[in-house]
Design a protein around this ligand. Structure first.
Ligand SMILES: C=C(O[C@@H]1C=C(C(=O)O)C=C[C@H]1O)C(=O)O
Length: 206
């Protein structure tokens, strides 16, 4: 015959041990989550940059429309060089890492072109006629993009200062999708944000 009281006490001991383990695990996870949560200030900095990236990407469909009507090539290297020239000048003036700023903007150009190419491909398939009243590239769109350049530079400067703080990469990952929409399944977003992820990587922040 089995000693029932002994069996019960062994079983309850196991339950207790399990409970203790679970509590310890929960506390550990909770601690990690707290430790990885960046400060308010850091979160605002990241949010601001993500919003500006989103704002810039949101202009790409207008660029695509203007070029669809005019037949101008999507790739405009002279225009990109002109923007980069301003970026370098501003980086020098404001003490922003020049290589980082240039790489960041090159990625914004690529991301914009991903969206433009996708739209043109779609419009070729649907035999889209010229748009009724497309925005003017030189008069409307490029000035809008130029307005964003100094805002993005200021935001990059702030981002550079917090890229090394704890939990920034995770915070970026968690908020990128909500704050940056690209309409092409995340391809343009990934392209636009890669330099930011890399900036957190070189800091050894996971
Ligand atoms: C937006 C344009 O299209 C492309 C993307 C650019 C950008 O993101 O600023 C610049 C030049 C082009 O290669 C443009 O021609 O102005």
């Amino acid at each position: 015959m089995m000693d029932t009281s002994r069996t019960i006490s062994l079983a309850s001991l196991r339950v207790m041990l399990c409970a203790i383990l679970l509590v310890a695990l929960a506390l550990g996870v909770g601690y990690q989550a707290r430790a990885a949560e960046p400060s308010n200030d850091v979160r605002q900095t990241v949010d601001q940059l993500l919003r500006l990236v989103d704002e810039r990407l949101a202009i790409a469909p207008d660029v695509a429309k203007a070029k669809w009507n005019s037949g101008a090539p999507i790739d405009a290297p002279a225009r990109e060089a002109q923007i980069l020239e301003r970026v370098v000048a501003e980086a020098t003036r404001a003490g922003i890492n020049e290589a980082f700023a240039q790489t960041f903007f090159k990625h914004q150009f690529e991301a914009s072109k991903v969206i433009q190419h996708r739209l043109h491909e779609q419009w070729r398939q649907t035999e889209q006629p010229p748009f009724e009243s497309p925005p003017d590239l030189a008069e409307d769109i490029r000035p809008q993009l130029d307005q964003l350049t100094p805002q993005l530079m200021a935001s990059l400067r702030d981002f550079e200062r917090v890229a090394e703080s704890e939990g920034v990469k995770q915070y970026l990952e968690n908020n990128a999708e909500t704050l940056v929409s690209d309409g092409v399944g995340g391809v343009a977003r990934e392209e636009a944000l890669r330099p930011l992820y890399e900036a957190t990587d070189t800091a050894g922040v996971q």
